[in-house]
Design a protein around this ligand. Structure first.
Ligand code: ADP
Length: 484
């Protein structure tokens, strides 16, 4: 059973939206935190590279240069004792000392080589190291110079190695950050897409089902319960719709019962009144003058009209369950058409309307409920006559369709036609066009009865109309309709 009066609300739409949102936020949060860790690492490495390693590299270059200048000028001085070379040597020595003192600012792990160089200098030039004037000749023996150069070169190479590995690490971190960032982005987009798909699916399915239920009612007048597909607000809406269909069905049944009861109650006295009026009209009960006869004729016509209306009401209430009892026989549809036109003849004549049959030569016999199909055809022809202005033509055709499987009937008139917005509703029970309500009589049952009869035979009924240019009603009946 579809119906549930109080659906238990498990996950509301807001909850679903929240879950999707949180999903996206969690992935985004993890991606951003990972990226921040990478950025922090690379900032540390870059700081070491820029503030220590590159500085040390520059200063060590100054050490190498000054050592080379010292060696060159010492050698030149040994050959030509020029004061100029000594001055140059002293300048380079001072530069060397300054460079060692500058490098001492950067104390890092594995700094011992520079400290050794510092100790060596202090040992060789204690006066200079303590900021005093040099008291002896500045010259240094070649071995010491070579040893200092070796220390500088090796410490410089160590520094370069650390610099290079730092650069490599920086590159690795940036690559990892890019790939993590991209995968995080992809996952967030994926989670977002999946979430949106899930939301669309879970929202649109119940909405489609609801639309189907509403359309079944507005188009075909069928009240069907729908499937309650979700446990959220839309599920509640579906359950409320089902409650409404139950309520409407109940009201429909009560209305049908009421109409049934009233129609039956009226029918019996109406038949007696009609019989009495007819007896008077036919002068069985005594003489009536012409004036009285005229009024009795009017009364008889009106009684005839009311009785036809009651017949329609009773027919519709007996068809209310949509299950029509058919009494199938094999009959010639052309004969049925001619009989129907004869029946509609007087009404058409009164309005000077020509009824023109057009029957295809190859028309075949049909198995079906002859009386009911005659009723359906009569309702359509009757409407065509009713809605046509005087002096026009109503064409009724019969031909084979669907490769001889079906008989197609068409009824065309030259009346006002049916506006497009009304076309979907004219087959509904009790529906009457906005314009017709004022100008013509009727109770809006003719087309609904015709549709029920045609569909009970497995056929279809439809119409095409250009407002202002009349309309054509069509219906098909499978040749062995009642058997199907
Ligand atoms: P009724 O004729 O009693 O109003 P029907 O069920 O036969 O009820 O028709 C429903 C409505 O369809 C009519 O009220 C009218 O507006 C429209 N209709 C039906 N047949 C025609 C037609 N041949 N031409 C124009 N309008 C039509």
């Amino acid at each position: 059973m579809y119906l549930s009066r109080k659906p238990i609300k498990h996950y509301g739409i807001l909850f679903k939206l929240l879950v999707v949102f949180i999903g996206i936020m969690v992935v985004a949060y993890f991606t951003i935190s990972t990226l921040l860790i990478y950025i922090k690492d690379s900032v540390n490495i870059s700081r070491d590279i820029v503030k220590v390693r590159i500085e040390v590299l520059t200063i060590s270059q100054r050490l190498v240069d000054s050592l080379l200048v010292m060696e060159e000028n010492q050698k030149k001085y040994e050959i030509i004792h020029s004061e100029e070379y000594k001055k140059n040597f002293m300048a380079a020595l001072s530069e060397y000392k300054n460079a060692i003192w500058s490098i001492l600012w950067f104390r890092y792990e594995g700094f011992s080589a520079w400290e050794e160089l510092h100790a060596e200098f202090r040992k060789a030039f204690p006066d200079l190291a303590q900021g005093r004037e040099l008291t002896k000749e500045p010259w240094i023996d070649q071995d010491t110079l070579n040893q200092w150069m070796r220390i500088v070169v090796s410490a410089r190479q160590d520094n370069e190695r650390v610099l290079e590995s730092g650069m490599r690490e920086l590159f690795r971190i940036s690559e990892a950050a890019v790939s993590r960032g991209l995968s995080g982005l992809t996952i967030s987009i994926g989670v977002g897409l999946l979430g949106v798909l899930y939301l669309t699916y879970s929202l649109s399915r119940p909405l489609r089902e609801l639309r189907r239920g509403i359309r079944a009612y507005t188009r075909d007048g069928r009240l069907e319960p729908i499937r309650v597909l979700s446990k959220d607000e839309l599920g509640e809406l579906g359950a409320a719709f089902n409650d409404m269909t139950v309520r409407l069905k109940e009201e429909e049944r009560m209305r049908a019962d009421f109409i049934d009861m009233v129609s039956h109650e009226i029918r019996t006295p109406l038949t007696s009144i009609r019989e009495s009026v007819n007896l008077m009209r036919e002068r069985v009960l005594g003489d009536v003058n012409e004036r009285q006869k005229r009024f009795l004729d009017i009364a008889s016509d009106e009684l005839q009209r009311i009785s036809a209306m009651l017949t329609s009401l009773l027919k519709v209430s007996s068809m209310a369950s949509q299950i029509v009892d058919l009494a199938p026989v094999t009959f010639n549809p052309e004969e049925l058409l001619r009989e129907t036109l004869e029946k509609a003849g007087p009404g058409a004549e009164a309005k000077d309307i020509a009824l023109t049959p057009r029957v295809a030569k190859d028309i075949v016999s049909v198995v079906g409920d002859r009386e009911l199909l005659g009723q359906a055809l009569y309702n359509l022809v009757g409407n065509a006559v009713k809605f046509s202005p005087a002096g026009r033509t109503v064409r009724v055709g019969l031909e084979l369709a669907d490769g001889g499987q079906k008989v197609l009937a068409s009824i065309s008139d030259e009346g006002p036609g049916i506006p497009e917005e009304e076309q979907a509703y004219v087959f509904n029970k009790y529906y009457r066009g906005a314009r017709t309500k004022r100008s013509t009589d009727g109770i809006g049952l003719g087309l609904s009865i015709a549709k029920t009869i045609v569909e009970a035979h497995g056929g279809n009924i439809w119409l095409s109309s250009l407002p202002g240019k009349g309309c054509t009603f069509y219906f098909t009946i499978p040749v062995d309709g009642a058997r199907a």
